[in-house]
Design a protein around this ligand. Structure first.
Ligand code: PGA
Length: 257
C-alpha cells in the first residue's frame, strides 16, 4: 500500500527584507526550482511578499501550485484609513492567505487581540485563509506562563471562529506557534517542546468545535540546520519561515530536509 504524505506547508514570510525588484528577481531566478519544490509530494509553498509585489508575484505563478499570501491586512472593510490595504483588495489581486497578528505587528504597531479578531473576520469575508500567529514572550516563558499566554490569545479567536456556520468546514485556518523569543534570534525550542505546544494548540482548538480545518505551524528561526529536527515534532503541519526564506538554497534545504 502506498502511503500518502501528509500535507506540510512552507510559508515564506519575506517581511520587508525583499524590496519589489528583489522579490521579483528571486522568483524569476529560481522559478523552475521553486516549482520543483512545490511539487514535492505533500509540500505546499506559499510566498508572502510585501503588498506591492503580491500581484506581480501572483501573476508569475498563475496556474502553478505556488500560492501567494499577504503579511497583513486592514481590520476595516473600506473607508478613510490612509495607508491601509483591505482584505478585499488582496483577494482581488489573487492573494489566498494572510498573516494575522504577527508578533512584529503586535509589538511594533501595537496590534491588539481585538484588531486580530477584526482582521480574521475581514479575511474570511473575502475567502482569504488567515494564518493566525500566537506565541509567548521570553518573560512569559521564564515565568512558566507559556500556556496562559497562548490560551489567552487563542480564546477570543476560537470563540469567534466557533460562531461561523458549519458549512465552512471545508475552509482552512492556520495557527502559527511563534515563540516571540525565537523569532530572528537563532534560538529555537526543542522538537519535544514544539510538539508539546502544537499538540496542545490542536487540542485546545478542537475543544471550541470550530467549523474549520485547523492546521498548526511552527515559526521562529527555522533554517537549514534547525528544520530537520523540528520536522520530527508530531502535530506540526508546516513552518512559517522568516529570514531563511529569502535565500533560495536555504529554503530548498528546509523543504527537502
Ligand atoms: P524568522 O522569522 O524565521 O526570521 O525567525 C519567523 C517569523 O517572523 O515569522
Amino acid at each position: 500500500m502506498t502511503m500518502v504524505k501528509k500535507p506540510f506547508f512552507y510559508i515564506a514570510n519575506w517581511k520587508m527584507n525583499l524590496h519589489f525588484h528583489a522579490a521579483v528577481s528571486f522568483c524569476a531566478e529560481n522559478y523552475e526550482a521553486l516549482l520543483a519544490l512545490a511539487e514535492q509530494e505533500g509540500s505546499y509553498l506559499i510566498l508572502c511578499p510585501s503588498y506591492i509585489a503580491i500581484e506581480h508575484v501572483n501573476n508569475m505563478f498563475r496556474d502553478t501550485t505556488i500560492s501567494i499570501g499577504a503579511q497583513n491586512c486592514s481590520e476595516h472593510n473600506q473607508g478613510a484609513y490612509t495607508g491601509e490595504v483591505s482584505a478585499q483588495s488582496l483577494a482581488e489581486i489573487g492573494c489566498r492567505y494572510v498573516l494575522v497578528g504577527h508578533s512584529e505587528r503586535r509589538n511594533i504597531y501595537q496590534e491588539t487581540d481585538d484588531s486580530v479578531l477584526q482582521k480574521i473576520m475581514r479575511s474570511l469575508e473575502h475567502s482569504l485563509r488567515p494564518i493566525i500567529c500566537i506565541g509567548e514572550t521570553q518573560d512569559e516563558r521564564e515565568k512558566n506562563l507559556t500556556y496562559d499566554a497562548l490560551g489567552r490569545q487563542l480564546e477570543a479567536v476560537c470563540r469567534l471562529l466557533a460562531t461561523y456556520p458549519s458549512s465552512d468546514i471545508s475552509k482552512s485556518i492556520f495557527f502559527a506557534y511563534e515563540p516571540v523569543w525565537a523569532i530572528g534570534t537563532g534560538l529555537v525550542p526543542t522538537a519535544e517542546e514544539v510538539q508539546q505546544v502544537c499538540l496542545w494548540i490542536k487540542k485546545t482548538v478542537q475543544q471550541y468545535e470550530i467549523p474549520f480545518r485547523a492546521y498548526v505551524l511552527y515559526g521562529g528561526s527555522v533554517n537549514g540546520d534547525t528544520a530537520p529536527d523540528l520536522k520530527k515534532a508530531e502535530g506540526v503541519n508546516g513552518f512559517l519561515i522568516g529570514s531563511a526564506s529569502i535565500d533560495f538554497q536555504t529554503l530548498r534545504k528546509i523543504v527537502l530536509s
